[in-house]
Write a protein that binds this ligand. Structure first.
Ligand code: ZN
Length: 322
């Protein structure tokens, strides 16, 4: 079962846990930042000749993605549905999507993702990964998303997505029921138990090629049992949740049986750091700031944008430290 080796490491380990039946599904949010991360990571280790193909796929995909423009007249279910059909046709032509479908033996599909903000309706895309015998119909996921956007009830779709990703039910419920105030939301609550172990002064600024290591940024984080709750990217565990921690420990052990332990450790460190930065971005004074740029959590964060096969090899050759 080597088929996740071609996926970017940060997603590959998520997907491996799916294949091992530790979680239901996993996904990659696709946007400009994603493709930029792929290109940046490949450029940073350009000596690896096997990455020429990867570079071509990523840069072609970014060009195609940049040109996609989706319009619809008014916010109705019918309009969003027909816009989604047109959009999905284009997304399916992305070389990145074709590549993943080819490489991955489970079920892989791409669908548009709509998000309603007070000002407008934004769109993006998400590539989902499931075991073949446990995949939802892509149109089901899309229809629920469209319903949520039309009715303005984001919570229900978030809960559904949480279940698709196999997060513990208690954490999903907590996330959707947690009150949002100016100072506190479920994201900030989730990262509070590990916040003391994250040194924000070491986080790289936008666009810099990082010289820092995730070890420095998250020094001592494994002294806290809370780190194990960060077993998935984009997951905000309920604070101090036993279920999340147990699931995380189980995933940690499963992954460690297959991949070098430093890779698995850094996966948890990067997940925690990523959630921390995203949580920070939800506070009022930083609202609207985008997702953490590749490498902001240290050079390992950048290496985790490479195909898992390459990342693992670099760790084994000690390149992680160069
Ligand atoms: Zn929980």
């Amino acid at each position: 079962m080597s088929d996740v080796l071609a996926l970017p490491a940060f997603a590959a380990l998520d997907v491996r846990a799916v294949m091992e039946e530790e979680r239901r599904g996993a996904s990659i949010q696709v946007d400009n930042e994603y493709f930029r991360g792929q290109e940046l990571a490949v450029d940073a280790v350009e000596t690896v000749s096997s990455l020429t193909e990867r570079q071509r796929i990523a840069s072609q995909s970014r060009q195609v993605y940049d040109q996609i423009q989706i319009d619809f007249d008014s916010l109705t279910r019918e309009n969003l549905k027909s816009a989604s059909t047109r959009y999905r046709d284009l997304l399916q032509q992305l070389p990145e999507v074709r590549y993943f479908k080819q490489q991955f033996s489970g079920t892989c599909f791409v669908i548009p993702e709509w998000l309603r903000t007070p000002q407008r309706v934004n769109y993006g895309a998400r590539i989902y990964f499931f075991r073949e015998d446990d995949a939802p119909a892509p149109t089901d996921v899309l229809d629920r998303n469209i319903d949520a956007v039309v009715t303005g009830d984001r919570g229900e779709f978030e809960q559904y997505q949480g279940a698709l990703h196999g997060y513990p039910e208690c954490c999903i419920e907590h996330f959707s029921e947690c009150e949002r105030t100016e100072e506190m939301g479920p994201e900030l609550e989730a990262v509070e138990p590990v916040a003391d172990h994250i040194d924000t002064s070491e986080i790289s600024k936008n666009g810099e090629i990082p010289s820092t290591s995730i070890d420095t940024i998250t020094d001592g984080i494994f002294e806290s049992p809370h780190v194990y709750a960060f077993f998935a990217r984009e997951f905000y565990p309920e604070p101090d949740c036993d279920q999340a921690r147990h699931r995380g420990i189980s995933i940690y052990d499963t992954l460690r049986d297959v991949y070098p332990e430093p890779v698995v450790k850094d996966y948890f460190r990067i997940n925690a750091g990523w959630s921390y930065l995203m949580a920070e971005a939800t506070t009022p004074d930083t609202k609207g700031s985008s997702r953490p740029s590749p490498g902001s959590l240290g050079r390992e964060h950048l290496l985790f944008h490479l195909p898992l096969a390459v990342t693992t090899r670099l760790y084994q050759n000690g390149k992680k430290d160069s």
